[in-house]
Write a protein of this length. Structure first.
Length: 299
């Protein structure tokens, strides 16, 4: 067992993005939400889209990007319904462009550009937030939450159909070692958050996040319920772990608590692994790691 605290959060770190691919991804996510909204509430679709566009316009005000820079045909390749609303597409481009704070004089989107990673996460997270907020505008908060949870179930199913979970020959050989190294490298390079990691063995680890970019980019909206629903709920949905060897569970996020507690485990090696107590998690990053390890062993 090992405990390590990492203070990686940095809102100024820049990352490289392909702007067209970034827009394409956000358009496709938006298209899927609209598609399943239409499936569940077809008679409210136009009202929802009008409200969604108004929400975005209220944020961007008079800001406009050079839409000619964006290869809309490429962005639209996999769309099923959003491409029928060109004005909404333009609004989304302007909204994302404003939040990314695109470099002045940008005259091509054919090359990767360096953008603050904080802005990258903010653009996609705020777009997701307003997709959900517009549902609340139509139905009220309680019904909107219920409806969006239904939409998320469809989104998870769609994701698994497009990228089916890998079925390993021997699930007991699936460890967290490579993914942990990759995650730690990414978190360090992109300034993702401040956290403490508890490594139980090669198959189970626990993260206590005291600060996370997902929460940071949304907290100023002062709307924790919708912020959580639009950013973190899909990973907490009961069906999210189905089909995977590695499972994830948390009992709270920074949207509603002082920290986020994420447990990852191989569910074959550690069937339905027990979540560390909130009392134990509270001490991480504050008390001596060796003391906490001994306390854990005693319990």
């Amino acid at each position: 067992m090992k405990i390590e605290s990492c203070r990686f959060f940095n809102a100024e770190v820049k990352s490289k993005i392909n702007l067209i691919e970034f827009l394409k991804s956000n358009f496709e996510q938006t298209d899927s939400v609209i598609k399943y909204f239409d499936k569940l509430k077809p008679n409210k679709l136009e009202k929802y889209l009008q409200g969604f566009q108004k929400r975005l316009n209220d944020e961007i005000k008079d800001f406009q990007c050079d839409i000619e820079l964006f290869n809309i045909e490429t962005i639209e390749q996999n769309l099923t319904i959003l491409n029928k609303y060109p004005e909404l597409e333009k609004t989304i481009c302007n909204f994302i462009g404003q939040l990314l704070e695109l470099p002045e004089g940008l005259n091509t989107t054919e090359e990767e550009i360096r953008i603050r990673y904080f802005n990258v996460r903010k653009a996609s997270s705020h777009l997701s937030y307003y997709r959900v907020k517009a549902i609340e505008d139509v139905f009220g908060k309680e019904e909107a939450i219920k409806l969006y949870k239904e939409i998320v179930e469809y989104l998870i199913k769609e994701r698994k159909e497009q990228n089916p979970p890998e079925i390993p020959e021997d699930p007991r050989k699936v460890t967290r070692i490579d993914s942990r190294e990759r995650i730690m490298k990414q978190y360090r390079e992109l300034g993702v958050g401040d956290f403490t990691i508890v490594i139980y063995d090669d198959y189970k680890e626990f993260y206590k996040f005291d600060r996370c970019v997902v929460h940071e980019v949304l907290k100023d909206l002062n709307d924790p319920d919708i912020a959580y629903l639009s950013s973190c709920y899909s990973r907490d949905h009961p069906s999210n772990n189905e089909g995977y060897t590695i499972h994830m569970r948390r009992t709270q996020t920074l949207h509603h608590g002082d920290f986020c507690d994420e447990l990852y485990w191989n569910n074959v090696v550690h069937p339905n692994a027990k979540q560390p107590s909130l009392e134990f998690a509270q001490k991480l990053g504050k008390e001596d790691p060796e003391k906490l390890i001994q306390e854990y062993k005693r319990n």
